[in-house]
Design a binder for this molecule. Structure first.
Ligand code: 6GU
Length: 228
């Protein structure tokens, strides 16, 4: 999978080369490129934003600048993802869908967002015919300073679903077998007693059917407590 990220703070995205993602890049499973939006800035002051038509607080990122950044990256079969708190909620099923794509382009907005004509322009029939799709995603109901962290959240959730990226594919299988999708049962490791708290005895029993039943009940209890 090819991933492009465009931001005015490319250094903010440096964690993408660490850990699992770094390994996946070295192994050739994913190819991540971060681009500085400011390289496309126009005018003597190199600004990337301007005041909003219609008035109001804050600044809006320029369609001209974003268009110059996106044109060279957009190709057939690419998905343009605009990060905005006003977007659709990013969820595990969305991560599953996007993990099957060949080229994702993340547009990290700052300030009051990106001129809406960027979304409009790349949604036109010419682009749809080339299988280019535009999405707006939010990672949750809170407001961040910009889309950078949100893009990293999405990239981590998406790429770990690509075959070969995760060290232990059994973890993925277990996630999807779980009826709650990804809300897991509580886990324990040695020692069997820690500060007077015992590991549930059933986990020491060796009775795999009973353990599976217990875990499924516990996952349910946890989901009801935390998600209702
Ligand atoms: Cl994608 N962007 C910003 N600025 N804030 C957010 C978000 C995105 N998702 C949740 N909050």
């Amino acid at each position: 999978m090819k991933i492009d990220v465009i931001s005015i703070f490319p250094e903010y995205l440096s964690p993408l080369s660490l850990s699992l993602l770094g390994k996946a890049q070295n192994a050739g499973l994913i190819d991540i490129n971060v681009h500085n939006l400011r390289d496309q800035a126009v005018g003597v002051h190199g600004s990337v934003d301007d005041t909003p038509y219609g008035g109001g607080a804050g600044m809006v990122m320029s369609a001209e600048v974003w268009g110059r950044a996106l044109d060279p990256l957009i190709e057939d079969n690419s998905d343009l993802i605009i990060l905005t708190p006003a977007g659709k909620q990013f969820t595990q099923p969305v991560a599953q869908e996007l993990s099957k794509k060949s080229h994702l382009i993340f547009a990290c907005g700052r300030y009051e967002g990106i001129d809406d004509r960027i979304r409009q322009y790349y949604s036109q029939p010419d682009f749809v015919n080339r299988n280019i799709r535009v999405h707006e995603y939010s990672i949750g109901d809170y407001v961040l300073g910009g889309g950078e962290v949100a893009s990293m959240v999405m990239i981590e959730a998406i790429t770990r679903l690509i075959p070969g990226v995760l060290g232990n594919p059994d973890s993925l299988a277990e996630e999807s077998h779980n009826s709650e999708g990804y809300l897991e049962y509580p886990n324990f490791t040695k020692p069997a007693q820690w500060r007077d708290i015992d590991v549930p005895e059933i986990l020491l029993s060796g009775n795999h059917a009973a353990i599976a039943k217990w875990r499924s009940e516990q996952a349910q209890i946890r989901a009801e407590k935390n998600r209702k």
